[in-house]
Design a protein around this ligand. Structure first.
Ligand code: SAM
Length: 338
């Protein structure tokens, strides 16, 4: 959307709303809109008053002509902009956890520790509007900061943050057989397993996140000697792929039988591998073996030859990036026995 164009059904930004200011793929910021407020970044000065009444998703221009996009908050974006008070879970692990814990509207979910609330935000959104997340952290300031974040993201009515030492005291007795799913991100999760078993409804899942295998081993021991079955441990690794155009053609010579500068054609000699980066715009030129892959990705080349100025076929290929993103942790899932 250009500078606030409004379509039917668009949600409009109001005073007090949280917006995610998108500058670039790697640069986003959470901003609460206030009447007469200002936002300054390297693209210039932006007045909040210019944002009010515009739809979420729009592009807005600052005083110096620079622009940003104003996105509506979501758990996925929140994970990218929240204040880190601890290590957090990222979207790859989070989506896996939500799927395997089968979190859906109406679920009662328990979690410890709350940390920076990255996972809690996604759990709450998945369980809302009829479910609830009870999250526990023994660190008072962190719990308080998380409460404030849930107010800011509009999720406070779906989340209760409690200060409690879960490894020492376990989850509160009042949750016995009431809980649909439990998530643990604790240094010694095995200490909490007996109370997880008490809290979960029969046949309901638990997940424990641990960065090292020794913790996984001890957690699995505790799970298998308690009331759990179907133990499975996963490591989710993010593998990004580079996508670009590639030409599997050759050393394209001009057909010698047709050699004048206006009507030169390319011969179809067998292709050695040749890579063309996206954006290359080489075109066939007289006497040279050059090619163009621009705007011509899947097209099949002519059978007999090619005229100068014509674009040659490339195809889109994907290669894993040389450097895969590192290990975050292991996710161990189990189900309480029926
Ligand atoms: N999963 C969280 C997220 O995505 O933002 C991050 C959790 S952080 C790595 C671990 C948290 O566990 C810390 O906030 C810490 O205070 C809390 N914690 C550690 N031991 C605890 C205990 N015995 N009882 C409750 N919380 C504990």
């Amino acid at each position: 959307l250009q500078d606030g164009e409004v379509r039917k059904g668009d949600r409009l930004i109001q005073d007090g709303d949280l917006v995610i200011v998108y500058e670039t793929y790697r640069q986003m910021k959470a901003v609460t809109v206030t009447k007469n407020g200002e936002f300054q970044n390297r693209y210039g000065l932006f007045m909040h008053n210019d944002w009010i009444g515009k739809p979420f998703g729009c592009k807005v221009t600052g005083k110096k002509g620079g622009f940003v996009h104003l996105l509506g908050p979501s758990p996925q974006l929140w994970t990218l902009v929240l204040t880190h008070r601890t290590q957090i879970l990222y979207i790859m692990d989070i989506s896996f956890v939500l799927a395997y814990l089968e979190v859906r509207p109406g679920c009662v979910v328990m979690e410890s520790g709350t940390g920076s609330g990255s996972l809690t935000t996604a759990l709450a959104r998945a369980a809302a509007p009829t479910g609830h997340v009870y999250t526990f952290d023994f660190h008072e300031q962190r719990a308080e900061a998380a409460r404030k974040d849930f107010e800011r993201t509009g999720l406070s009515s779906f989340v209760t943050v409690t200060v409690r030492d879960i490894q020492g005291e376990g989850f509160p007795e009042e949750f016995a057989n009431e809980v649909d799913a439990v998530f643990l991100d604790l240094p010694q999760p095995w200490l909490a397993i007996p109370s997880v078993a008490k809290s979960l409804k029969a046949d309901s899942p638990v997940c424990s996140f641990s960065p090292c295998m020794e913790q996984v081993r001890r957690t699995c021991e505790a799970l298998s000697t308690t009331d759990f079955r179907d133990l499975r441990t996963f490591e989710v690794l993010l593998r990004a792929y580079e996508v670009h155009e590639e030409y599997f053609g050759t050393d394209l010579g001009f057909d010698s039988s047709n050699n004048d500068s206006e009507s030169a054609v390319l011969s179809e000699s067998p292709p050695p591998h040749k890579r063309l980066c996206s954006g290359d715009s080489k075109v066939i030129d007289s006497g040279k073996s050059q090619l163009s892959a621009k705007d011509n990705l899947m097209e099949k080349g002519p059978k007999k030859g090619r005229r100068r100025g014509e674009q040659l076929p490339g195809c889109v290929v994907a290669r894993p990036e040389a450097e895969a993103k590192g290990h975050t942790g292991y996710l161990t899932f189990a189900r309480r026995a029926v």
